[in-house]
Write a new protein. Structure first.
Length: 151
């Protein structure tokens, strides 16, 4: 699990989004950012989470939030996921796991008796000054937007 907590400075990150455009923490300076880490595009839990954010996107924007998803998937996979579910926000490709590791959300996992390395589903709410305001580790994929708005 992540070592980061409320009050910590968010680690600086950079990478490319679904259009191979550069994205970094500094792009969100002066804005509140919902930075959510998820394991894999187009899987049931990850799709439910993305669609919860999509369905409440206008409310989140009205509350001053920008949204950025992060997973190890490629920009090409992200683009297909965005198009398939009409997602109104960008997804960062973290294929080298640098951002996931910096935020402490990459590590050993178990599923059906099999051990492997993967992403711990975690959301960071980062304020306009780059400070983490909230860390959500117990993500309710179907109602994630409401978890964020209540944070």
């Amino acid at each position: 699990m992540t070592h980061l907590k409320s009050g910590d400075a968010a680690p600086k990150f950079s990478g490319v989004n679904e259009n191979n455009e550069p994205v970094s923490l500094t792009d969100f300076s002066g804005k509140k950012l919902v930075l959510y880490f998820y394991p894999k595009d187009d899987t049931p839990g990850c799709t439910a989470e993305a669609c919860s954010l999509r369905d409440n996107y206008d409310k989140l924007l009205a509350d001053g939030y920008a949204i950025l998803g992060v997973s190890p998937d490629t920009p090409k996979k992200h683009l297909a996921f965005i198009k398939k579910y009409n997602l109104p926000f960008s997804l960062l490709s973290d294929d080298q796991k640098e951002t996931s590791k910096a935020f402490g959300v990459w590590g050993p996992k178990k599923f059906m008796g099999r051990s492997y390395e993967g992403v711990y589903r975690t959301t960071f709410i980062i304020n306009e000054n780059g400070i983490i305001e909230e860390v959500i580790t117990d993500v309710n994929t179907k109602d994630h937007a409401n978890q964020i708005m209540k944070a």
